[in-house]
Write a protein that binds this ligand. Sequence first.
Ligand code: IPM
Ligand code: MG
Length: 357
Amino acid sequence: MKTYRIAAIPADGIGPEVIAAGLQALEALQRRDGGFRLDVTSFDWGSDYYKKTGAMMPEDGTERLKAFDAIFFGAVGAPDVPDHTTLWGLRLPICQGFDQYANVRPTRILPGIRSPLADVGLGDLDWVIVRENSEGEYSGIGGRAHKGLPEEVGTEVSIFTRVGVTRIMRYAFKLAQSRPRKLLTVVTKSNAQRFGMVMWDEIAAEVAKDYPDVTWDKMLVDAMTVRMVKNPRSLDTIVATNLHADILSDLAGALAGSLGVAPTANIDPERRYPSMFEPIHGSAFDITGKGIANPVATFWTAAQMLEHLGEPAAADRLMRAVEKVCADGVMTPDVGGMATTRQVTEAVCEAIRMENI
Ligand code: IPM
Ligand code: MG
């Protein structure tokens, strides 16, 4: 039997609640499937760890994670620790240290969940946003000088490299090619940003030549927000820079009904390092401990993880179970339901056990 080593890092806020739910569903899948096993090790890294030790994870943290096949991640962020400390102390070192350069964010309207767009229903919105995840506006290059003085300066430098842009374009074109509509939209801002973004456009056009069966177009990021709202059916696969895709994926999540259902996969397509799977929603301290966190994003990202590990049948079964439970109306309050995290999780596990799922 195939065994995969999974590092679980529940971390902050509702992270532990949704990761526990995800592991429960994965357990049910293993029992149902019988063909694979997940060997899970949990790490207590995050903001509490930071308050005790002064670091979000141990110095050899990423070194220790290298031994795993995948990382199942909750959320980082705490009200009493600066956001840039939590982010640059745990999540970004993993994404960047493991060169997880493709961030894949599928958006779909699930049955039973209403889009805020009046005339948009099931099947009308089925997108995958590919976010460049290793450079761009999140390169970490910049600095501050003359701190506190009137002449203080802060720089935040975006880095676009030919290697970085080419590989994310290839990933996006290939993904678009694998989907039925073979349709890719390249998001840019090359009217105002004359260097990196113009190179981005040029490389997109170069890479496009290797994918003649993919129809592609280019959209300025501001106009893209309008298109997502006004003409969602015209989009399928979308590729954008780190920051543009960060913003667009929140919009995508909201248009699909809730950020509570939106998953993300931080992928090293070359498989040199473990990839990392997490819900997009973040630590959500306002509802932490209330037992009402929506576990659907975590189930969905668990399905992405199974897919990446090479267990597509289990991934599909998990998504079918989630869709059934949503269609039955067993949902948390953020998507208009009345169920708790536990009730949704139990319903999904029950569905996984059913014959016809
Ligand atoms: C996301 C999040 C993060 C990001 C935050 C927590 C820094 O918004 O995954 O989209 O901007 O990358
Ligand atoms: Mg975001």
